[in-house]
Write a protein of this length. Structure first.
Length: 277
């Protein structure tokens, strides 16, 4: 019997990244982000491996303009556009001027996006808060879009937040959302609005949203797009010796009752939806 499947792809290089694929029971695909330049070939190979013939991506969501989230997509548009049939690209990025003002060190990604945009602009749908996108049994809802009031941690706080519902079970994708935007999300929707069985951990599991938001979400399954060095808070001096907050956040989730952790350090993994835990 065909199943609805969520895939969390592992990084093909040493760096952190985010790449998720959803496959419907009939084989239709949705992608969230896709990863870095080093992840492009693997992403293409994986899409082909779960498709019959040329992959058809009904919805490609890009959460925010950081290289570890959009570079693989941009590579595909630059060098492999004929290898995947992409029907719609859903995104909402701040303009280049905003990023140049508040995170000038990362402005190169939005500039690359703008340079390549004419090649695929016909596919693009800038999302609105409250928008619903249906791909067969997958219902995506946009809960948050960039707020220009948040100039601290500006690009991460511009991440769109997606709530996926499959047969009544919710999956919340926080992308790289920061504390400030996370507080707004919780204030806007309340605990019931953000509650989800499965939660993608913000900013690779550290320096993301506050514990109060995770408490409201109350996930049973946590998705960590987190490599081993970040999972262990180890920059080369041993376990939990650096300043990343991953080990702290892991403790939060155990305290809050999470029962299962799917971590990118362990390789590419799949989860049948709705999930059993």
């Amino acid at each position: 019997m065909a199943e609805t499947t969520l895939y969390q792809l592992a990084s093909q290089g040493p760096q952190q990244m985010m790449s998720y694929i959803l496959r419907t029971k009939s084989g239709k695909l949705a992608v969230i982000d896709g990863g870095n330049h080093l992840d492009t070939d693997y992403l293409l190979e994986f899409l082909h491996s779960i498709s019959q013939g040329k992959p058809v991506v009904e919805a490609w969501f890009l959460t925010h303009a950081h290289s570890d989230h959009v570079d693989a997509f941009l590579d595909i548009q630059r060098e492999h556009a004929g290898e995947v049939d992409i029907r719609h690209v859903y995104y909402r990025f701040p303009d280049e001027g905003f990023i140049a003002a508040y995170e000038p060190g990362d402005v190169h990604t939005i500039r690359e996006w703008n340079d390549l945009l004419p090649r695929f602009e016909r596919l693009c749908v800038p999302v609105e808060e409250g928008q619903r996108i249906q791909v067969e049994e997958l219902l995506f809802e946009v809960l948050y879009i960039p707020d220009p009031a948040f100039t601290t941690n500006a690009i991460n706080n511009s991440s769109i937040v997606l709530r996926l519902t499959v047969d009544g079970q919710r999956v919340l994708f926080l992308s790289d959302l920061g504390v400030e935007a996370g507080e707004k999300l919780l204030a806007s929707y309340g605990p019931e609005g953000v509650r989800a069985t499965i939660c993608q951990m913000a900013h690779h599991g550290q320096a993301g949203v506050a514990k109060t938001l995770y408490a409201a979400i109350a996930p049973k399954i946590c998705l960590w797009c987190t490599p081993l060095w970040l999972w262990d808070n180890d920059a080369g001096q041993g376990y939990n010796t650096h300043t990343w907050q991953t080990v702290i956040v892991r403790g939060w989730m155990e305290e809050l009752g999470a029962q299962r952790h799917i971590v990118a350090k362990d390789g590419t993994q799949s989860l049948t939806l709705p999930a059993v835990f």
